[in-house]
Design a protein around this ligand. Sequence first.
Ligand code: UT7
Length: 332
Amino acid sequence: MSKLTAAITAVGGYVPKFILTNKMLEGMVDTNDEWITSRTGIKERRLLKDDEGKGASYLGIKAAQDLINKRKVDPTEIDLVIVATATPDSMVTSTAAFVASEIGATNAFAYDLLAACSSFLFGMSTAASYIESGKYKKVLLIGADKMSSIIDYTDRTTCIIFGDGAGAVLFEPNTEGFGLHDEFLRADGSGRQFLGMDAGGSLMPATEETVKNRKHYIYQDGKNVFRFAVSNMADIAAKIMERNGLSDKEVAWLVPHQANKRIIDATAKRMGLDHSKVMVNIHKYGNTTSATLPLLLHDYEDQLKKGDNLVFAAFGGGFTWGSIYLKWAYNN
Ligand code: UT7
């Protein structure tokens, strides 16, 4: 029998209705459309408004339901639900457990996976390993983040970047050579000083002081993160091509984390890829953290062909980063 691989067999996505445009941000902080567009490539982002009383699970449930309805998946056949997220509904309780129950995945176990903007990429490796082991047949991987819940809308260095959204993919066994083929995944803890959220975890529990000092919002030393992101994402994407003997012509698509259009361009350039082969939706959604990669698949699903070679690349807080080579398994 030929080797068992883990293929993506279905995709779903969801973004909330409310659109926060660059123009609207001009009225909130000292910024302008020209700066945001030229420095990041972002024109607008979607927000799940707080007054709706919903967390990241709501976004994840919507994306999973989209996948289930589109592909007529029986949720009771799902073995495992992984929610990749940096903004779980709450500490301690598994957001994935709630999502699994809400979508009717009553025979699944479920847990969250947290690796900042690399959460979904690392989740792909995790999901695929369960399938490759032969242990499970259907693993639902969801990337969902309500970034607006940890953004300070008076801080122009972060509020222009992030947005809310979710995407979902189903991994199933394949014996025809489609699915995940190779991965390079890395982490460097010295990077946590450059990107994160100080309070709310075990290191700095919530107090009146932490709230007063705005420590429950995300911070980012953009320049330093940019420097690390550009070199690491480009290096690792080029490396995975080299290790698998893939020329630029053989790569059908680059699926890059959407943090900054300039980081995406630098990665594509290093890989020798034409712009037409690079998936981009940062202009519409900004940086949705764990949701960027599956939302790209959702947006580009109609253009993907069975046998296409896809190279995924991501970089995020921690630092965490990596690249995955996957052969697409179906025509839409
Ligand atoms: O997804 C997780 C990983 N995250 C990333 O990969 C993000 C990496 N970093 C970036 O994408 C970029 O560093 C940013 C988009 C965050 C910032 O772009 P930059 O080109 O690195 O700008 P900068 O921070 O060096 O700031 C340049 C100037 C500064 O003014 P001075 O000191 O030159 O007078 C900033 O104060 O732009 C100013 N500035 C702004 N101006 C208008 C910073 N933020 C803004 C703003 N609007 N929103």
